[in-house]
Design a binder for this molecule. Sequence first.
Ligand SMILES: *Cc1c(COP(=O)(O)O)cnc(C)c1O
Length: 221
Amino acid sequence: MSIHENIAAIEKQLQHTHCQLIAVTKTKPVEMLKEAYDAGCKQFGENRVQEMQDKQPLLPSDIQWHLIGHLQTNKVKYIAPFVALIHSVDSLKLLEEIDKQAAKNNRTIKCLLQLFIAQEETKFGLSFEEAEELISSGSIENLKHIQIVGLMGMATFTEDQNQVRQEFRSLKQFFEKLKNTSLPTNVRMQELSMGMSGDYEIAIEEGSTLIRVGSAIFGNR
Ligand SMILES: *Cc1c(COP(=O)(O)O)cnc(C)c1O
């Protein structure tokens, strides 16, 4: 199947849902991104700052660039002029740096808090408790150039669909819980970024608003 056909098939599954497709283009050459763009895709996800920074000037300016991988504070400045949404925020220190660089660029940068929901060893993501602490700490309201618009999470890489579903469901429940509490003015629960090539169908059923799909569009990396 071609990139065009793969995108069309996924878009068809997204009809009548509130979920949008982000095409994950990491490691793929610019020609393939152009093909995806021509197939109607305007939202691209990259996990490395350098790669996103290299590709962005080579592609149409109406593309929304999503940073989905771990972000080091010293690299925020390279993407601050153009990034549409940073999915991988997991510390106040990082939020402060994004705020600073957004201010320098006279813009507000949208962010998601990355939550740790998988039964796997990983260094990245906040626990539910840590996320609640961060949001209620009083520190976020002062950051005038960021907006936290939701949450992101990755399920365990497993064949056990039930486990994956439970993990997505727990994130959705936390999202709804936060939605119903009083939040700082620059925090709102609007986007729920969950689902990749292997599990996006389950994620859609469990309330995802942004699926991040790479290999199901572009082939294996
Ligand atoms: C690579 C990546 C994806 C897409 O993975 P596929 O399995 O190729 O769809 C989604 N989210 C993150 C954070 C990634 O790093």
